[in-house]
Write a protein that binds this ligand. Structure first.
Ligand SMILES: Nc1ncnc2c1ncn2[C@@H]1O[C@H](COP(=O)(O)OP(=O)(O)OP(=O)(O)O)[C@@H](O)[C@H]1O
Ligand SMILES: [Mg+2]
Length: 365
């Protein structure tokens, strides 16, 4: 296995930069998810690493080599795509053996590698079947197996689970995670599904508009999103982002909502707000950090329930606040009706504050 370094990587199509000065290091044995909305440059980035697309500028290092000008076959990588690209006429065994035959490995060595991959992926009993005799998940496993037999330095995966139904996707998610743990493989995994990234990866690289927004562990990205884009993209339901007006009087810093209510900030949060470039401050709060009350309590803010969505385990209540929609989760035994008057209490320890102009997270000291 090997580490992968992207240094100031750029891919331009005419005047448009699909990948815009991206730098990051994937350590040896790490599982990194490239995640972001459609068109943000994930596949392009992966294809640059694979050598399927020529780079405009920057460097790609795999192991100890700069691979910028190497052919894909010389980069010691294996790719797994969304469409499995299996040979329909060949058995599973032959699908796995084919890339090794192309590399002119001795027959007994091929046999050993194919059987080992089949064992790792628990598909020994499927070796004689044709792809059409397999379920979607089994076909995906064969595609993984075909990457595995090549024993590459790095696995590159582009939305490998997106053709599977929801249940199978969850199952294959844990299988790929297991695959990574067992092999200690270096994996770069592209997905637009933030939940896949959060649940599988050691680190996630959140992209938007060709730019790398944040590169850190899922826990860090979740707890400390660097800007409003990352805050709203990671987590489901999305973090509520409420535009407010900050002011300080008599040593107290308060946020004022469009409806006129005031929220007094803790000293630490007040310190953050002082650092904003503007008085426009955006309050970010995840559904689980907002308490819903049926009557006013000190520090709570009046709001009106708009929609109520029971999901079984939790009920999601949406309310309008200062022109934004706020998502709150409550236990299913709490009955809330649409248009009911409610009070929301924000957790000062777990709220996020963003600069309303730059959209960057505000930090204390
Ligand atoms: N060959 C090309 N010529 C011109 N523009 C391209 C080309 N390939 C990709 N792009 C553009 O580059 C941007 C990034 O595309 P890319 O395929 O990397 O997105 P993505 O993040 O993988 O999206 P998705 O989640 O939809 O797969 C898009 O705006 C796309 O239209
Ligand atoms: Mg893509």
């Amino acid at each position: 296995m090997a580490h992968v370094v992207l240094q100031d990587l750029v891919k331009s199509y005419g005047g448009f930069k699909a990948v815009n000065h991206v730098s990051l290091t994937v350590n040896d044995g790490e599982f990194v998810a490239l995640v972001g909305p459609s068109g943000c440059g994930k596949t392009t980035t992966l294809n640059l690493v694979a050598g399927l697309t020529p780079i405009t500028s920057g460097d790609i290092i795999i192991g100890e080599r700069v691979v910028n000008d190497l052919d894909p076959k010389d980069r010691d990588i294996a790719m797994v795509f969304q469409n499995y690209a299996l040979y329909p006429q060949k058995s599973v065994y032959k699908n796995l053996a084919f890339p090794l035959q192309m590399r002119k490995l001795p027959r007994d060595e091929i046999d050993k590698k194919v059987k080992e991959a089949a064992r790792v992926l628990d598909m020994t009993h499927l070796l004689e079947r044709k792809p059409r005799e397999l379920s979607g998940g089994q076909q995906q496993r064969v595609a993984l197996g075909r990457a595995l037999v090549r024993d590459p330095a790095v696995f590159l995966m582009d939305e490998p689970l997106s053709n599977l139904d929801a249940k199978l996707r969850v199952q294959m998610r844990s299988e790929i995670k297991r695959f990574h743990q067992d092999l200690k493989a270096t994996i770069i995994y592209v997905t637009h599904d933030q939940l896949e990234a959060v649940t599988m990866a050691d680190k996630m690289a959140v992209m938007n508009g060709g730019y790398l927004q944040q590169y850190d562990s899922p826990a860090q990205v979740f707890a400390h999103p660097v800007n409003m884009f990352v805050a709203s993209f990671i987590g489901s339901p999305a973090m509520s982002l409420i535009p407010l007006e900050a002011s300080t009087a008599n040593g107290n810093t308060v946020l004022t909502g469009a409806e006129g209510w005031r929220l007094e900030l803790s000293p630490r949060n007040a310190q953050k707000v002082v650092r904003a470039t503007t008085m426009k401050v955006v309050l970010g709060a995840r559904h689980s950090t907002i308490k819903l009350h049926k009557s006013a309590v000190p520090g709570s803010i009046p709001a009106k329930a708009y929609t109520v969505e029971p999901t079984g385990d939790v009920t999601f209540v949406q309310a309008f606040l200062s022109g934004a929609i706020v998502n709150v989760s409550v236990p299913p035994n709490i009955a809330v009706s649409p248009d009911e008057q409610i009070w929301l209490e924000f957790d000062q320890e777990r709220m996020h504050l963003f600069d309303g102009e730059t959209e960057m997270a505000l930090k204390a000291n």
